[in-house]
Design a protein around this ligand. Structure first.
Ligand code: GDG
Length: 751
């Protein structure tokens, strides 16, 4: 049905019903008014004839003369056009006179009948008459009764007219109301349709225009949620259908990003040149980040900007500090940024690693904030921002900023390249607002990070903490529904991108079979073939909970002395940030704890703790994973923890048990591990016992499930999801700048 008819038809029906109900009421009312009028009129007539009639009836006249006079008196009155008939009843109750028009069935009332107050209505085939009787008295003596009949046809005519007018009135009112309604409805409808269209387009283009009509606000909210859900669903479906290999990233770059320029900024470089003896070697630091992002770089021939930290780095760069890598097949370039010793001490060791690292990890190590470190941090961030700008060939590159070393960088880049798509990934946890709030430069850090287009954390928990922190310390609009924070007008999307490892692990290719690894490592460590082996692999860092892990092993051996001499735990601890006091102290404490436990529980040929504080190459690390019966990850706090994932990935035999701290991001993805609280020594010791006694079938079931997850969510998917989100943003921007939306401001959304 047409929109206007939808309003008119019910209106007409309602008005018709009202008119139908009102007409008889009005009719009845007017009839009563008229009857009352006729009563009064009859009384007037009766009063008017009272005197002549009394004279006639009392005069000394013969019957014929009296009759004649009576006719003359009453005949005059009957000339009134409304007065239809008249009669006079004598004292005996008989008509002494009646006009011929008085219907026969109207008779005189019996003598002595009480006087009538009002007339009666008589209905005849030809119409209705109002008949009133009035007693005629002379000197108080009742002589007879006057019967006066009024024609009521005029009332019926008027009643018909009234009905007609009521009909016209309602028709008129109906027409006017219908017209106004239809015009308003039509205008509102058009407004709503235009508003909804703008909303839909705004949503699809991430413009989120404020609906002009207030009544569209609830629709806008629902629509926003719907579009978001649909988009997330579609993304998830598309992502699951893709096979995540390096080639997939290349396809995304080619098809979704249309070959846009990509720059990566990280503190650590993907290749380090070091002079060893007389020759320059190229080292590739074992890092998940490099594994994930290198295929991106190789595919787009982009530029990776990093601190040139190798002692031969300067020797191999060109005049613009570029070096092409990978050495065997150069396909992208590193742009090295040089830092003085003071800058490195202030920016890297100082503010980043003595300030931000303990600030973001709840590991009960006090952060140290020095104004001089902060100055270096700011200056180095600025240097990197300027480098990004100078390296950028286009006004809108995609810049992938890595980690807590560069919190200020996004805003600094944004100021110089407002069109850039800046994706910042924060590899470490984000604490709650109270913990973060102790930083003297908290607002500056938040402001810097919110220069990003997209801000990524490993877990939703860290994203939520970031929302709370921004909400607490900035005048920002935090929208948890759309995962955006608007600060200074432009929104930053905050999303969860759990990092992962490559699948399958390339390093596995050269690995001997698991039984061979078990045999080789035990032999190497001087252990009997049947000694159970646990493994821990970490940078030597206080957040990794190495001391808590040792305490658990110690407690386990106290609880289960039968395992003394049958269990060894090998801890690989790569030296890290060793110029920082806290790390030196940790080194000493770890060594002494290992010594103490070994002193207590060592037996011939089996030390319970085998501590290897040195860097191992990746292959050696994997062999240890494969040789172990369990892997113990006891981080006090960890963004993700790749060791847990690597251990699972190396166990194609589907054996081995993972003990995993509940405070590592990985615990959210790997619930099949034995999840522990590293602060709870008893619980951790019990987990060691459970791991050592777990039936092979259970080990297999748990491993299989964890391996399936890692296969599906590998590191290429981690990088790919960020690139796809960048592509989605850029696409929206292109559409938005291509077609200006009604109701949107000319300030384009940030991408
Ligand atoms: C940060 C976050 C997040 C360790 N020792 C050696 C060695 N490793 C390798 C491991 C693993 C990597 O280092 C350590 O990665 P984690 O994830 O465990 O920890 P962080 O270094 O603290 O990394 C963390 C990560 O960023 C990624 O976002 O998961 O939460 O803190 O790959 O195998 N590798 C070699 N020799 C060693 O001695 N080759």
């Amino acid at each position: 049905m047409r929109l206007s008819l939808r309003f008119i038809v019910p209106l007409v029906l309602a008005l018709g019903a009202i008119a139908y109900g009102v007409a008889p009421l009005v009719d009845d009312l007017t009839l009563r008014w008229f009857v009352r009028d006729l009563d009064v009129r009859s009384k007037l007539v009766a009063n008017a004839v009272q005197e002549p009639l009394a004279e006639t009836m009392t005069a000394d006249l013969g019957p014929a003369a009296r009759q004649h006079r009576l006719e003359s008196v009453l005949g005059r009155i009957i000339q009134d056009e409304r007065l239809f008939a008249i009669g006079y009843c004598d004292a005996g109750g008989k008509f002494a006179y009646r006009t011929v028009t008085l219907p026969r069935n109207i008779a005189c009332r019996p003598p002595g009948s009480p006087a009538e107050e009002a007339g009666r209505v008589h209905h005849f085939s030809g119409g209705s008459l109002h008949v009133a009787t009035h007693p005629m008295t002379v000197d108080g003596t009742r002589m007879g009764e006057l019967v006066i009949a009024h024609d009521m046809s005029f009332i019926e005519r008027r009643s018909a007219d009234t009905k007609k007018y009521i009909f016209y009135l309602f028709t008129g009112i109906g027409a006017v109301i219908a017209l106004i309604t239809v015009v308003i409805a039509e205008l509102s409808w058009r407004g709503w349709v235009a508003g909804i269209k703008a909303l839909i387009r705004g949503q699809l283009l991430a413009q989120s225009p404020e609906p002009r009509a207030k009544e569209l606000k609830p629709i806008a909210r629902d629509l926003e949620a719907l579009v978001r859900d649909l988009e997330a669903e579609r993304r998830m479906r598309d992502e699951s259908q893709m096979t995540w290999v390096p080639e997939t990233l290349r396809t995304i770059l080619r098809e979704d990003l249309k070959g846009d320029e990509i720059l990566i900024v990280s503190n650590r470089e993907p290749y380090i040149h070091v002079r060893q003896g007389g020759r320059v070697d190229v080292l590739r630091p074992a890092s998940g980040l490099v594994t994930a992002l290198e295929p991106v770089m190789r595919a787009c021939s982009g530029t990776w900007i990093a601190h040139g930290a190798g002692n031969a780095d300067r020797e191999v760069v060109d005049q613009k500090d570029h070096v092409r890598v990978p050495p065997e097949n150069p396909s992208y370039q590193i742009r090295r940024v040089w830092l003085t010793k003071e800058e490195e001490a202030g920016y890297y060791y100082g503010f980043a690693n003595e300030g931000l690292w303990p600030l973001c990890h709840i590991a009960h190590t006090r952060p140290v904030f020095r104004a001089s470190d902060w100055e270096h941090y700011r200056a180095v961030n600025k240097r990197f921002a300027d480098t990004v700008v100078s390296e950028s060939r286009t006004p809108n590159p995609i810049v992938l900023v890595q980690d807590y070393h560069f919190a200020l960088l996004p805003r600094m880049i944004r100021e110089q390249l407002p069109e850039a798509t800046i994706i910042t990934f924060w590899h470490i946890p984000w604490p709650n607002p109270e913990a973060f709030g102790v930083c003297p430069w908290r607002a500056e850090l938040l402001d810097g990070m919110l220069g990003s287009s997209i801000l990524g954390f490993h877990t939703q928990f860290h994203c939520n903490n970031f929302f709370d922190t921004a909400d607490r310390y900035l005048e920002a609009r935090v929208d948890r529904e759309t995962f955006t924070i608007s600060y200074g007008g432009a929104p930053t999307e905050v999303h969860r991108y759990p990092i992962s490892i490559e699948w399958p692990l390339q390093g596995l290719a050269g690995q001997p079979p698991v039984p061979e690894c078990r045999r080789a490592i035990r032999e190497e460590l001087g252990l009997a073939p049947d000694v159970a082996l646990g493994v821990g692999v970490d940078r030597l860092d206080y957040t990794k909970g190495i001391l808590e892990r040792f305490a658990a092993i110690e407690r386990f051996l106290e609880m289960e002395p039968s395992w003394i001499g049958r269990l060894a735990f090998v801890q690989i601890a790569a030296p890290s940030r060793s110029s920082i006091d806290e790390y030196q102290s940790l080194d000493a404490r770890v060594r002494s704890a290992a010594q103490r436990i070994n002193d207590r529980f060592a037996s011939p040929g089996c030390k319970p703790i085998i501590l290897k504080i040195e860097h191992h190459d990746a292959g050696r690390v994997y062999t240890h994973y494969r040789a172990a019966d369990f892997c113990f990850v006891s981080s006090l706090h960890d963004g993700m923890n790749l060791v847990a994932k690597e251990f699972v990935a190396t166990r194609e035999d589907e054996r081995g048990v993972l003990i995993l701290s509940q405070f590592a991001g990985a615990a959210r993805e790997l619930p099949e591990a034995l999840i522990v609280n590293p602060y709870d020594t008893e619980q951790c010791a019990a987990a060691v016992r459970d791991a050592l006694t777990m039936a092979p079938d259970e080990q297999r079931a748990r491993m299989r499930s964890m391996r399936a997850l890692l296969q599906e969510f590998n590191v290429y998917r981690w990088a790919g999801r960020m690139l796809l989100d960048a592509a989605r943003m850029r696409n929206r921007r292109r559409l938005a700048t291509g077609m200006r939306l009604p109701g949107t401001t000319p300030g384009a959304p940030r991408t």
